[in-house]
Design a protein around this ligand. Structure first.
Ligand code: ADP
Ligand code: MG
Length: 477
């Protein structure tokens, strides 16, 4: 039997507001447990939630960026369930009337193909606290710092047909919310978490199969592994005569498996009802226009512009627009007059490699875009070769100054004086009669040996083009 995979994702993004969605407590990560939970977050009797307007604006930003229907009137609802990390006994969420309705996002697949994935809705809600099972001598503790952190839950249509598509979608949403500045995207800290729903059906069948929901996924690698495990589990189960039951499963990264957590609850199990403490949210045209005007250039538009304006390949444009700071860095290098393709190469290879090795982000690059531009100018005008440039780059990285100063101080100027190169070549030819004989007898490979000798004597500073040309002339039989 040929099986088709069907996947839909629910992404929880923590919104990058200073304070919580219904209280003034700080959302900063990493504080001592229970130092950032006020009476509202703790659900004390008599307290009242007050909606954070920033959270609403951020949700609207996302909605506009994915071309979604905006819920001009949305309503907060109570989702009732009992859990130790939820002291109120209910989570404030949105149910029937979410702030963001239907939209879509386009993903790129490895073969360059594009696919539109539907977004069903995105709603505002509050995060719950966290149970801490470690460091408590076998006991569990509750940290309510996270309680009340604003979340935008982005629900996709079951439009993905492979694990690759699901990962590409999750990455695309991640890139977008970080671009928009509405989420810091830090997956280790739980700012971006994915619940994945997966089902299988015989190829050609229209009706969807029964899905399971996988929770606890906080990296793209785990998403891929959890889906892979679950896909195989479902196929094995069905092929051996079993039936998939709708349930929530937990992905255990240590054991690389999914385990049943609980049978899936239905919406009516939650006894949703409008929260009487909060007014409906009415979004006025003016606010929407103001937010629209503030939208940054989005990743897709930026990528296309990079291809057109700078003549970059799809791959380069894609890599350079992966994040806004990286794209900004590249544009600053290009603005120095550097040839774009060359600038792209240096940013994505040399610089990215060095940053990666040092564990630094582009914002912390020790080499400024102006300094890199200055270096590229000296390659372009022939002052130094590409090889020497790597040496100069390292010196700039180490804080030794700008390219010109380093080239001067270290005497790295390229030797382009033909007479000088010729006399070095003559000496080398004189000193290696055996190799000369072999070369003249047809052992062409030896040209590399001679080039190497010249470079050794000149410490790599001889112009490679000239060296090649002069060597061929002088070595000709
Ligand atoms: P719930 O609120 O109970 O989690 P939803 O209807 O909101 O259920 O769907 C949650 C997610 O499950 C959505 O992302 C949706 O695309 C996905 N989904 C729904 N049906 C299927 C299916 N048969 N196979 C895979 N994913 C599905
Ligand atoms: Mg759900």
């Amino acid at each position: 039997m040929q099986w088709e995979t069907v996947i839909g994702l629910e992404v929880h993004t923590q919104l990058a507001t200073q304070s919580k969605i219904f209280s003034g407590a700080s959302t900063a990560y990493g504080a001592e447990p229970n130092t950032q939970a006020c009476n509202v977050d703790l659900g004390f009797p008599g307290v009242l939630p007050v909606l954070n307007q920033q959270a609403v604006s951020m949700a609207l930003k996302f909605g506009l960026a994915v071309g979604a229907e905006i819920g001009r009137r949305s309503v907060f609802a109570r989702k009732n369930y009992f859990y130790p990390d939820l002291p109120k006994g209910y989570q404030i969420s949105q149910f029937e009337l979410p702030i963001i309705g239907k939209g879509s996002i386009t993903i790129e697949l490895a073969d360059g193909e594009q696919k539109v994935i539907g977004i069903t809705r995105a709603h505002l809600e509050e995060d719950a606290g966290k149970s801490l099972h470690e460091d408590f001598h076998g006991m569990s503790g509750i940290d309510l710092n996270r309680a009340g952190t604003p979340l935008l839950e982005i629900v996709s249509e079951p439009d993905m047909r492979s694990i690759k598509e699901a990962v590409a979608y999750a990455r695309k949403i991640h890139q977008l919310v970080v671009y928009l500045g509405i989420c810091d995207g830090n997956m280790q800290e739980g700012s971006f978490r994915v619940d994945a729903n997966l089902s299988i059906r015989p190829k050609g069948q229209e009706a969807f199969g029964t899905r399971t929901e996988l929770k606890n996924i906080n990296s793209f690698r785990f998403l891929e592994r959890a889906l892979k495990f679950e896909l195989e589990r479902q196929i094995d189960l069905v092929e051996s005569g079993g039936k998939v039951v709708q349930e929530t499963r937990l992905y255990d990264a240590d054991r690389d498996e999914t385990r049943s957590m609980r049978s899936k609850e239905e919406a009516n199990d939650y006894r949703y009802f409008p929260d009487p403490d909060l007014l409906p949210v009415e979004v006025e045209e003016e606010l929407l226009e103001a937010i629209r005007a503030e939208l940054p250039e989005l990743p897709d538009a930026k990528r296309q512009r990079f291809e057109q304006e700078y003549g970059l390949s799809d791959q380069d444009a894609d890599g350079l627009t992966a994040s806004r700071p990286l794209a900004d860095y590249f544009e600053a290098v290009a603005a120095t007059g550097a040839e774009p393709k060359m600038a792209a190469n240096w940013v994505t290879m040399e610089l990215a490699g060095a940053l990666n090795k040092a564990g630094l982000g582009i914002e912390a690059s020790p080499v400024s875009p102006q300094q890199l531009g200055g270096l590229l100018a000296r390659i372009a005008d022939g002052t130094i070769s590409g090889k020497i440039a790597k040496q100069v780059f390292e010196a700039i990285w180490n804080g030794e100054g700008d390219a010109d100063a380093i080239i001067e101080a270290k005497g790295l100027k390229q030797i382009t004086d033909t007479a000088a190169i010729e006399s070095i070549i003559d000496e080398i030819i004189g000193g290696n009669p055996k190799q000369v004989e072999q070369f003249r007898a047809g052992k062409e490979k030896l040209l590399g040996f001679f080039v190497g000798q010249v470079m050794k004597v000149t410490q790599g500073k001889a112009n490679p083009g000239q060296v090649n040309e002069l060597l061929r002339k002088k070595l000709a039989p």
